[in-house]
Design a binder for this molecule. Structure first.
Ligand code: SF4
Length: 310
């Protein structure tokens, strides 16, 4: 049977339109993400994410550097949203996430971007840093789906997401790709300037998995639906890899698809924050992968496996 994205039935029932309206109402006293700033973004007030009523994007296009199940032959149709609800002091994209590089975009234009990526043969619409612009994404999706968008949406998030907002995405998003950055709240506060990251993140990942289940791919190995977790290894075990892996195995599924990322390099303010002022060593990376496997997870992104075999 041909693939149908989750949002199609919500479009046909009128529920997608209702979700857009509800999401925009919530911008008036913004609680779109767990920071719950309470500002009226529709009146131009700005909260921690520095984004008003309009979404801002920095770039878009087919991307071939993402996880294998997203890339296939046509690439992942990536849209980079400007600003972020996290303030990671080592962000590799800090010009976009922290300095605000990008241009405002109306939902009609964003819908045209989605449709253009479909036209170019991408396998999905990959929404990078979407947590603070969910209403604008839903509005664009409504327009694009009416005009023929049929690709699955990838919600590619730093993992600091509100349950109330994730419920707006239930039946809309097919592929959730959250980061699990820290198992320790103090480390999250120090390095990403955020409160309660581990508890918020773990609750969000549970809800994502409840909605879409384990990652499911077609016969070509291209992801259609499910959960794909990203975990960036930090030096001296700061990311809490073992604890995160044990959480995934015990509370989500031992069949969780995980990308254990070893490409950390110091960016933005990381040079002032030892031990984040250096790359992770091969030993640190190997130890992290061993902890993941020891927890019972063996569905690692293939680039991880290549790294281990080198
Ligand atoms: S989306 Fe932005 S304004 Fe709204 S609660 Fe989160 S950080 Fe604050």
């Amino acid at each position: 049977m041909a693939f149908e994205p989750a949002y199609l039935s919500l479009l046909l029932s009128g529920e997608l339109k209702r979700r857009v309206e509800e999401a925009y109402r919530r911008l008036e006293q913004c609680d779109i993400c767990p920071r719950e700033c309470g500002v009226n973004r529709r009146q131009g007030e700005l909260g921690t994410c520095r984004t008003g009523e309009q979404a801002v994007i920095s770039s878009y296009g087919p991307h071939f550097g993402e996880e294998a199940p997203l890339v296939g032959v046509g690439g992942s149709g990536t849209v980079f949203f400007t600003h972020c609800n996290l303030h990671c002091q080592f962000c590799q994209n800090y010009e976009i996430s922290q300095m605000g590089e990008g241009r405002p975009i109306e939902p009609e234009q964003l819908a045209a971007v989605f449709l253009g990526l479909q036209e170019r043969g991408c396998h999905n619409i990959n929404l990078v840093s979407p947590s603070h612009v969910v209403p604008q994404i839903l509005a664009a999706l409504l327009i694009a789906a009416e005009a023929g968008l049929r690709l699955p949406l990838v919600y590619n998030t730093g993992g600091y997401d509100s349950l109330k907002t994730l419920q707006l995405l239930d039946g809309v998003v097919d592929i959730y790709m959250p980061d699990m950055k820290y198992a320790d709240a103090d480390a999250a506060k120090r390095y990403s300037k955020v409160d309660n990251y581990p508890s918020v993140n773990q609750a969000a990942v549970k809800e994502m998995h409840r909605q879409v289940g384990d990652l499911f791919c077609d016969s070509r190995g291209i992801a259609l639906r499910g959960l794909l977790v990203r975990h960036l290894v930090l030096s001296e075990g700061l990311a809490g890899t073992g604890e995160i892996a044990r959480f995934l195995a015990a509370s989500i599924s031992t069949n969780t698809y995980i990308n254990v990322m070893g490409q950390y390099r110091p960016c933005y303010k990381a040079h002032e924050l030892p031990p984040l002022n250096r790359r992770v060593t091969r030993d640190e990376y190997d130890q992290a992968v061993n902890l993941v496997r020891k927890a019972g997870l063996d569905r690692l992104d293939e680039r991880t496996a290549r790294w281990i075999l080198r």
